[in-house]
Design a protein. Structure first.
Length: 234
């Protein structure tokens, strides 16, 4: 069994593959190029949950597997100071934070509307092992389709999802595709910026990408393809 790692953009993909060293084999998939590094297949699937789900589904259905684990990986914004810039986060819950409906009484998640699901739970033992190996904090990571740009929206997200550590744009899409294929999922994020008012001068993208490389270097033995992982839960 192999491990599939899905990022949004090529710089994140390259940050992951640097952790493994050695030569890469490039495989062409519909709409994406898969970079094979030993037991790890890494691809940049595009930004947002829809692109991430489509790319993951294509990879899982291709002849490049079979896969024993799917990892959504990249940089993201964090609800600091709990998770400072340059730190690492492993999701213990992957949450679709804006999938639902706005009502006069406030936002209703899709599950409150009587259909769908709004979260996946990665295998708890794997979350603990990866957190211990990398020094990452473990907690909920929110998937959003629109990056937060105000203090008011950041506060509303935290009020709706107490304890959330970060937001990103792909985790739930990757998890949805993985769950439908019966493959467990994990999400790993390196913090590049604070959730809230956009201040690009304060972002630390380079530091976050370096932390992402370090994370996969440390986590590679834990993500052993021979391990048996539980399927994600809704």
């Amino acid at each position: 069994m192999r491990v599939l790692v899905v990022t949004a953009v090529p710089v994140e993909r390259d940050a992951v593959t640097r952790a493994f060293g050695g030569p890469e084999e490039h495989l062409t998939l519909p709409g994406a190029e898969l970079h094979r590094c030993g037991a790890f297949d890494v691809l940049a699937g595009g930004a947002g949950p829809a692109a991430a789900a489509a790319a993951t589904a294509f990879a899982l259905a291709s002849a490049s597997g079979p896969y024993g684990l799917v990892v959504s990986a990249g940089i993201g914004g964090a609800f600091t100071p709990v998770t400072p810039l340059g730190s690492l986060i492993v999701a213990d819950s992957i949450v679709a934070a804006d999938l639902g409906a706005e009502t006069a009484e406030g936002f209703l998640p899709v599950t409150a509307l009587g259909f769908g699901r709004d979260r996946f739970t990665p295998p708890p033992a794997l979350v603990r092992e990866v957190s211990a190996a990398t020094g990452a904090a473990a907690g909920p990571v929110l998937t959003v389709s629109t990056v937060t740009g105000s203090a008011e929206r950041a506060a509303a997200l935290l009020a709706a999802h107490p304890g959330a550590l970060a937001e990103a744009m792909e985790g739930f899409g990757v998890a949805e595709a993985a769950a439908r294929a019966g493959v467990p999922v994990l999400e790993v994020r390196a913090v590049s910026n604070a959730v809230g008012p956009r201040d690009r001068d304060a972002w630390r993208v380079g530091d976050a990408l370096a932390a992402l490389t370090d994370a996969f270097g440390a986590a590679a033995p834990v993500l052993d393809v021979g391990n048996s992982h539980e399927n994600p839960e809704g």
